[in-house]
Design a protein around this ligand. Structure first.
Ligand code: GDP
Ligand code: IMO
Ligand code: MG
Length: 424
């Protein structure tokens, strides 16, 4: 009963969608455990490009059960839009299921995400403004609305009105913003609830039963380890647990059931939104990576900040996630760029060398990257179909990353499509 987890090991957008799509060809079930439509997972297949936000990337396989666990936050309008868009393209969402415990992103969450960012001013986090933080705040505060509520109209009307009255006071009295029209909101959300009702099922039970029956279950991480609310660069993080441990809580599966944890990484580093980024390149090399790699946000279209591969981050991710293997994507982007730098440690102003990723951004701010330079490689790699076909210098680059990161690299990406993934 193989249960495999795929997590992002940098700041998101490592190509998790592509890896899930590839592994899902052998899986019976794909589960998302955290995050919401702040995620943007790209899958390219047969000349078609799909940008999935909430729906698991296994949806392109018609017989794969796709589950959204209790740890996911659901924007009802967002998910219905995604279902409609997929079905219009001939992709059935009949095997999609949503856990009744998952929290609902309400209109005030979207408003408060924007208003609190505005209030932070220069210290803004650079969120996707999808209401993710405010929704998880209410979950932790125990005042949130859940999918179960949404699909029970009377319960929903009562709970949503009570919550809305409180939030309207916050919106008007603290932020001096317009209140939410509660009657209109209840009508609108009740209609969403009616459409979502057939999709509701206990994800913990479904995933557990599938594993007991010997089926293959794949857990699709969203965001990345450095966006984890504890193990990322707090407060410049998301509000959930993108690390492998988050899978257990967010899908109701115990850790003893998980067999493999695969970390998705890029051959360089990117980040959208604000916060520290030790290997960031603010020069023409950074621009070159952005242009070659088309590094623009899937959800917000923002240019992604780009920098060299950071093995300090990778080793942190190997430890925090208990990685059993790595998938390195976008090696093709670096082809022809000359010598390649890899950050192997950080150095502080007093000359001391830091090997472990610092726990706080205050300590991280004192660190400068220490680079090792590796020979570059050239040529069009996008047509390579086996690791052996890669240029020798490229193979050496991968072997070096493997050594420095202390984790086996099992997959190498030379392009965005299914067949451009080289298994080792
Ligand atoms: P995710 O959020 O981790 O699923 O990643 P995104 O979809 O946000 O961003 C990854 C981008 O890189 C997408 O546009 C993918 O199609 C693309 N991609 C993934 N793997 C490769 C690869 O090996 N080479 C190239 N050139 N593009 C890739
Ligand atoms: P995928 O799954 C990259 C970032 C935002 C911001 C911070 C907080 O596609 O890898 P939020 O809206 O979550 O409160 O924003 O987290 N962020 C992501 N960056 N990829 C993602 O998802 C992200 N989801 C959130 O840019 O810096
Ligand atoms: Mg993405």
């Amino acid at each position: 009963m193989p249960a495999r987890v795929v997590v992002g090991v940098q700041w998101g957008d490592e190509g998790k969608g592509k890896i899930i799509d590839i592994l899902a060809s052998r899986a019976d079930v794909v589960v998302r455990s955290q995050g919401g439509n702040n995620a943007g997972h790209t899958v390219e297949n047969g000349g078609q490009v799909y940008k999935l936000q909430l729906i698991p990337s296994g949806i392109l396989y018609p017989e794969t059960l796709c589950l959204l666990g209790s740890g996911v936050v659901i924007n009802p309008k967002g998910i219905l839009g995604e279902i409609d868009a997929l079905e219009a393209r001939g992709i059935s969402c009949q095997l999609l299921r949503i856990d009744p415990r998952a929290h609902v992103i309400m209109p005030w969450h979207l408003l408060l995400d924007g208003l609190s960012e505005q209030m932070r001013g220069k210290a803004e986090i650079g969120t996707t403004k999808k209401g993710i933080g405010p929704c998880y705040m209410d979950k932790a505060e125990r005042s949130g609305l859940r999918i179960y509520d949404l699909v029970h109209p009377e319960l929903f009307a009562q709970k949503a009105r009570a919550a809305g009255e409180m939030k309207n006071r916050l919106l008007t009295e603290f932020y001096h913003a317009k209140p939410v029209d509660l009657d209109a909101m209840i009508d609108e959300y009740t209609a969403y609830g009616r459409r979502l009702a057939p999709y509701v099922a206990d994800v913990s039970v479904l995933a557990y039963n599938a594993l007991k029956e010997g089926k293959e279950v794949l857990f699709e991480g969203a965001q990345g380890t450095l966006l984890d609310i504890d193990y990322g660069t707090y407060p410049f993080v998301t509000s959930s647990h993108p690390v492998s441990g988050g899978v257990c809580v967010g899908s109701g599966i115990g850790p003893t059931l998980i067999d493999e944890v695969i970390g998705a990484a890029k051959a360089y580093t990117t980040r959208v939104g604000a916060g520290p980024f030790p290997t960031e390149l603010l020069d023409e090399v950074g621009d070159e990576i952005r242009n070659r790699g088309h590094e623009f946000g899937t959800v917000t279209g923002r240019p992604r900040r780009c920098g060299w591969f950071d093995a300090v981050i990778l080793r942190h991710s190997v430890r925090v996630n208990g990685l059993t293997a790595l998938a390195i994507n976008k090696i093709d982007t670096l082809s022809g760029m000359g010598p390649l730098k890899v950050c192997v440690a950080y150095k502080k102003a007093d000359g001391s060398v830091v090997e472990d990723f610092p726990a706080t951004i205050e300590e991280l701010a004192q660190c400068q990257p220490v680079y090792e330079e590796l020979p570059g490689f050239a040529g069009d790699l996008s047509g390579c179909r086996s690791f052996e076909e890669l240029p020798e210098a490229c193979k050496n680059y991968i072997r070096e990353l493997e050594r420095i990161c202390q984790c086996p690299i099992r997959m190498v990406g030379v392009g965005p499509s299914r067949e451009q993934n080289l298994e080792r």
